[in-house]
Write a protein that binds this ligand. Structure first.
Ligand SMILES: CC(C)(COP(=O)(O)OP(=O)(O)OC[C@H]1O[C@@H](n2cnc3c(N)ncnc32)[C@H](O)[C@@H]1OP(=O)(O)O)[C@@H](O)C(=O)NCCC(=O)NCCS
Length: 194
């Protein structure tokens, strides 16, 4: 996934039904900080980076996203609803060859509207459109019931425990991994999420 043409990367803008996924830009700094600060209470238990969140750490995230996009390490998107930042979702090349992992968080005021599910369905679809990708995973702390609802709804299979790189403050550090393969993925899930 380097620079052998546009098809080796997902699109910069993805229609995810109730939301649009748009590649993060440096210019999103203020709006992104507002969204995170309004959601801190709900992010802190599960997102280790939320503990010492600051404008500077968000600027670092945005700069890192740009580098990761270029190198193919990760494709991070702002989740937009009517132009407002309603969360973040992305594909990460951290599970070995042929696989991508999805990560997400949703603004506290936008939860339980199917946004994480819709974003994950759209990202799964895009992952399988990339050359050489044949499995997509979602991993969450075993205590994070809300996060587990997303892969379950999309027909991912639970494939077992996974030690997380970092223990989130609200969790145990032991994760649950879910996977869908290219052969198992059905377009109906994309529509079910809309
Ligand atoms: C986890 C999170 C991303 C879910 O986002 P969301 O957009 O609200 O999720 P969806 O509306 O797509 O919900 C999908 C399913 O997940 C489950 N779910 C979502 N939120 C839930 C909650 N608070 N409690 C129990 N189940 C929940 C449900 O099964 C839901 O389906 P339903 O609404 O039809 O019952 C959001 O709660 C969040 O940002 N949490 C904090 C950060 C985080 O945990 N990120 C993931 C780290 S692995």
């Amino acid at each position: 996934m380097h620079d052998e043409g546009t098809s080796s990367r997902p699109p910069e803008i993805i229609d995810a039904g109730p939301a649009v996924l748009r590649r993060w830009r440096a210019a999103d700094l203020e709006a992104a900080c507002e969204a995170v600060l309004a959601s801190l209470e709900h992010l802190r238990p599960w997102m280790p980076w939320a503990a010492d969140f600051s404008r500077a750490s968000q600027a670092e995230f945005l700069a890192g996203s740009e580098r990761d996009w270029e190198s193919g390490v990760a494709y991070d998107y702002a989740l937009l609803v009517d132009g407002a930042i309603a969360g973040s979702a992305g594909l990460m090349a951290c599970i070995g060859p042929g696989g991508l992992e999805i990560g997400y968080w949703v603004h506290q005021a936008y939860t339980r509207r199917g946004l994480a599910t819709a974003a994950s369905a759209a990202l799964t679809e895009q992952a399988f459109a990339l050359p050489g990708i044949d499995r997509v995973q979602i991993v969450h702390d075993k205590m994070n019931v809300a996060s587990g609802g997303v892969p379950r709804k999309l027909g991912f299979r639970e494939i077992g425990p996974r030690l997380l790189q970092e223990r989130p403050p609200g969790g145990t550090g032991m994760g649950v991994a879910w996977e869908v393969t290219r052969g198992e993925w059905r377009r109906e899930w994309l529509h079910a999420a809309r």
